[in-house]
Design a protein around this ligand. Sequence first.
Ligand code: AFP
Length: 300
Amino acid sequence: MLILRRYLESCGCEPDLVELIRLIARQMETIRKAFLENQTFERTLNPSGELQTQMDTWADEHLIKVVGNSGLVRELASEEQPDIIRFDNSRTDYCMVMDPLDGSSLISTNLAVGTIVGIYEGGGVLQPGSKLRAAFYTLFGPLTVLVVSVGKGVQSFAWDQENEHYLLLRTCISIPEGKQYGTGGLKMEWPPEHIKVIDYFDQNGFKIRYSGSFVADCHQLLTYGGIYTYPGSTKNPEGKLRLLFEAIPLGFIITQAGGRITDGKRNILEIVPEKQHQTTPLYIGSKGIIEKIEEIYSSS
Ligand code: AFP
């Protein structure tokens, strides 16, 4: 059975990149154990103005410490931190973006959440997604799963607790043209283009799947196809989801699986981020459906 380290080496990844991905991947057991004692909300808000859970801050502090001590990352942007962190001890030029725990409002319901990571090689964290060297996410479901792309397709691995390594689960994942969608936002605040998109889905036999965890909702796209969307709203035209921490890494992975990501008009992977906590409206999933959505937007 292929394990994560051998897969990354077989792709020609530099040893430091292999070490960095494996280092973060190994923290998932520690993070999983911390759920039991960190079930509630903090009284603090994150830089996007959302209530933090205990696990948000726990996972954030833990990963910052591990990454900072590793000497493998020069620059780090975290969804939970107001500013970009720079590590002077780094022997590499890797710049990392992360959502330490995505979907954290679901912790109290025991639904699936996970960690999202994107890695650039030099150039800082404010770069378009098309420049990513690697992206991966983990998902805590019945299995702890890790889905990774180093620009050579998408593979998923599952944590084998007994042998303490990640075993290959699915290789060369290709996203099908499914017929399901999940949409965020309040219907009363949807822009007219989005209403047309949803009407199109409803008239064409799509079914609804939405959990409230972006990483979990995107993960199911790799099996069933379809799309996840969080549109801009009349109150927040720039949407809710974070460009750096959510849209770019997942967009990179879904694109590597043959899917696409758009804000309705542009490929999100081509957007040059202007600030760390920038948000974007987004549609992510099967290629054909995204093309249809862009058609609806351009004719509106
Ligand atoms: P965080 O848990 O990292 O704050 O992310 C939550 C999230 O950005 C994304 O994971 C969900 O898809 C989305 O918010 C859910 O938003 P709603 O609660 O407004 O549906």
